[in-house]
Design a protein around this ligand. Structure first.
Ligand SMILES: Nc1ncnc2c1ncn2[C@@H]1O[C@H](COP(=O)(O)OP(=O)(O)OP(=O)(O)O)[C@@H](O)[C@H]1O
Length: 345
């Protein structure tokens, strides 16, 4: 689907969605640079998650991709064509994409589920309208709710209706802002599995924003990590988790311990760069004359997060046998592995 800007020329050989040096600021009391010099590529038929701490520019990036915001500098292209900005399009938002935002603002609270979804389709072919609506309600497992009013649904059910409404027109790209924000873990997992199936069956491209990487690690094919409006890492979840390029990514994905060169040397690591040690890489052994002591225990259900320290030097560790290391207990610390951070001093 071409959604074109006058006088634009299609660029060949780009990924499905391509950003080049994209910047966007907002004028408040002072100028806020929400995204700065972003260059990125998003491939077709994949799930890409934009992650980063609050205020890092994730939602701004999503709106720039969709064309709800225009960049101050740089450009975003879709299938090689420049995405029209709001001044260039009567109804902002790229025609090949649909966006599900936080808060379900688009849903008509007093209409029922069926009408909310079916209303997205034209009346020119009523049979097709019926067929498409029934199919998407089925795919999102909400067919049994079709006569219920939106106002009477749970947050998770509303989320499914919002996604069905976005997908009933068969867009090429689905954009989602914090889609799993207000839903519990088991709901999240089944919804993620359903979205994955739709992606596999239809070739849909999904771009989603999350401030909680744990919720998207198992779902995304690609991660883009934003920090203060800049892209600081991009890659597959496993690669970025196991080999984080910088301290920010290591902390965000793995709650990693970041040790400077001197701290690392205390654990016998010779490195001229800072290192990341994920809590699960810290191996503890009770030893009465050891230098480290268990300082704090945080109950996490089937495991505990421990803080162990030696003087002012502290590390976070994981313990999967609750009660094994009481507070005050002396422990020897070794590491199963560590990662040198190429992006750090
Ligand atoms: N319309 C706006 N007017 C003024 N400032 C804005 C506007 N939109 C975003 N910002 C600012 O730009 C920065 C990035 O905001 P953005 O919403 O993109 O971040 P985010 O990573 O999605 O944050 P969160 O996870 O908290 O939703 C923030 O400092 C925000 O306050």
């Amino acid at each position: 689907m071409v959604c074109s800007v006058p006088n634009d020329i299609q660029r060949e050989g780009l990924p499905l969605i391509h950003g080049r040096d994209v910047s966007r600021s907002f004028q408040g009391k002072e100028v806020i640079a929400a995204v700065r010099g972003l260059s990125f590529g998003i491939d077709e038929g994949r799930i890409t998650a934009i992650i980063g701490e609050s205020g890092s520019g994730k939602s701004t990036m999503l709106k720039l991709i969709y064309g709800l915001l225009g960049p101050d500098d740089g450009e975003v292209r879709y299938r090689g064509w420049r995405v029209p900005n709001p001044r260039e399009k009567l109804i902002p938002g790229h025609d090949a994409m649909r966006m599900v935002s936080q808060g379900f603002d688009d849903l008509n609270t007093y209409a029922n589920v069926w009408d909310n979804v079916a209303s997205q389709l034209p009346n020119t072919d009523l049979e097709a309208k019926f067929h498409h609506t029934a199919r998407i309600l089925d795919r999102l497992r909400i067919a049994h709710l079709k006569t219920q009013r939106i106002a009477d649904l749970s947050g998770g059910e509303k989320q499914r209706v919002a996604i069905a409404r976005a997908l009933v027109n068969e867009p090429e790209v689905l954009l989602m802002d914090e889609p799993f924000n207000q839903v519990d873990a088991s709901f999240r997992e089944t919804l993620q599995a359903d979205i994955r199936h739709i992606v596999a069956d239809t070739g849909l491209t999904v771009v989603l924003v999350s401030h909680d990487p744990a919720e998207v690690l198992s779902m995304a094919d690609e991660l883009m990590v934003l920090k203060s409006g800049k892209l600081v890492a991009m890659g597959k979840p496993e690669e970025l988790y196991n080999r984080p390029p910088n301290a920010y990514t290591a902390r965000l994905l793995a709650k990693s311990n970041i040790l400077n060169v001197e701290e690392a040397s205390l654990l016998g690591i010779k490195s001229n760069r800072a290192v990341a040690i994920h809590p699960e890489w810290v191996v503890l052994r009770i030893q009465p004359d050891a230098a480290f002591e268990v300082l704090a225990i945080r109950f996490k259900g089937f495991y505990e997060e421990l803080s162990v320290g030696s003087g002012s030097f502290q590390l976070n560790a994981i313990n999967t046998i609750p009660g094994q290391y009481p507070i005050g207990c002396k422990v020897d610390v070794t590491l199963s592995t560590y990662e040198v951070l190429p992006g750090e001093g």
